[in-house]
Design a protein around this ligand. Structure first.
Ligand SMILES: NC(=O)c1ccc[n+]([C@@H]2O[C@H](COP(=O)([O-])OP(=O)(O)OC[C@H]3O[C@@H](n4cnc5c(N)ncnc54)[C@H](O)[C@@H]3O)[C@@H](O)[C@H]2O)c1
Length: 338
């Protein structure tokens, strides 16, 4: 039986329209209302049966909204989360948590002060393939886990747009907070935590501005180590043609390796294999190929909203730590460009 949560959305752009709204529907929840200053975004929401407001005050006045998904450009996450915290709403805020570490610190303080239920929308935690990987690791199939290796890349040029006429804020340092590194690496750093149950504590990185003609980094290599000594490597990029192999996640242990291909992202599917460290035999790991990470994310957040004992899986402090890692990877706390 679905928990049928009443959702509001702040920022009804690409990710909200194409992934979150379908996830809300598929979970049997209800999109009550959105707010967005963009006329086209409001019309799109109304076509889905939601009420549309030009500002957050209108959304807050909707009594049926229990949980709010924040999906504005990064620099606007802070203002929305502060207002929603003060109003006592449950919040699921898109990644990166904010465009700057200072904003993320203010958001964590607002969440702490208000005691609201807050989660950052790390949908990839909820990909059924990644859940199957974590279960295999917990069952000891890899032996001692030694390393996580991630490639997560795409093509994002100056002209890239999610919808016709939509601003490409991702290449503006002030709105995005950085480039490929701040956009894509939080997913990988969070997945390391999710898969091996241990956060990255040491980090170093190199960025590049090599193939695109804008002010933010178009690629980065990060190396990290968790508190228990698991090594992590991440290659993230905005300069990799989408047709090339570009989404790969490997977890290596003393008894075997898990390899996920095309699971990182917003959609269902991809593949996960286990390679035995003694025989070399390769076996497919079964998981639900139909359920998208956004559907599963909606189900999990709604379930935790109804059952507070499940909220331990969410932590604004953990997400703030991820933002600290991003700031350190850029070389200083407020880093913006390559
Ligand atoms: N988890 C994922 O896989 C994933 C994927 C894409 C984007 N994202 C994140 O989601 C967020 C949105 O990204 P996008 O690609 O959907 O952007 P987008 O540009 O397509 O949409 C942003 C929307 O926010 C609206 N907006 C601007 N100012 C606003 C305000 N003050 N109040 C309310 N709405 C406002 C815009 O009009 C637009 O409709 C970003 O933080 C991004 O990093 C996450």
């Amino acid at each position: 039986m679905a928990d049928r949560v009443g959702w509001g959305i702040v920022g009804y752009g690409w990710v909200a329209r194409d992934y979150m709204a379908p996830g809300i529907r598929a979970a049997g929840h209800r999109l009550v209302a959105i707010c967005d200053p963009g006329e086209a975004s409001r019309r799109a929401a109304e076509a889905e049966g939601a009420r549309a407001h030009a500002d957050l005050a209108g959304l807050l006045a909707e009594p049926e909204v229990e949980a709010v998904y924040v999906a504005t450009p990064n620099h606007l996450h802070r203002g929305a989360v502060e207002v929603l915290s003060a109003a006592g709403k449950a919040v699921l805020c898109e990644k990166p948590m904010a465009a700057s570490l200072a904003d993320a610190e203010a958001m964590a303080a607002a969440v702490r002060g208000s005691g609201i239920f807050y989660g950052t929308a790390f949908d990839q935690r909820h990909h059924p393939g990644h859940r199957a990987m974590r279960a295999a690791i917990e069952a000891g199939r890899l032996g001692t886990v030694t390393a996580v290796r991630i490639v997560y890349a795409c093509w994002l040029d100056r002209a890239w747009t999610s919808f016709q006429g939509q601003d490409n804020w991702r290449i503006d340092p002030a709105q995005a907070g950085g480039g490929a590194l701040i956009d894509l690496a939080p997913h990988g750093l969070d997945l390391v935590d999710f898969l091996v149950g241990d956060s990255v504590t040491d980090i170093a990185a190199l960025t590049q501005a090599k193939a695109q003609d804008y002010a933010v980094d178009d690629g980065a290599l990060l190396v990290g180590r968790t508190g228990s000594g698991v090594l992590a490597s991440l290659h993230v990029a905005y300069n990799c043609p989408d047709i090339l192999p570009r989404r790969r996640l490997e977890v290596l242990g003393t008894r075997g390796q898990l390899t996920a291909i095309d699971t990182m992202g917003q959609v269902a599917g991809g593949s996960v294999t286990f390679t035995d460290g003694v025989t070399g035999a390769v076996e497919a790991l079964p998981f639900d190929l139909q359920a998208s990470p956004f559907l599963e994310q909606v189900r999990a957040f709604g379930s935790a909203l109804r059952r507070p004992e499940e909220r331990a899986a969410y932590s604004a402090e953990r997400d703030l730590h991820t933002m600290r890692l991003i700031a350190r990877a850029y070389g200083h706390a407020g880093a913006r460009a390559a």
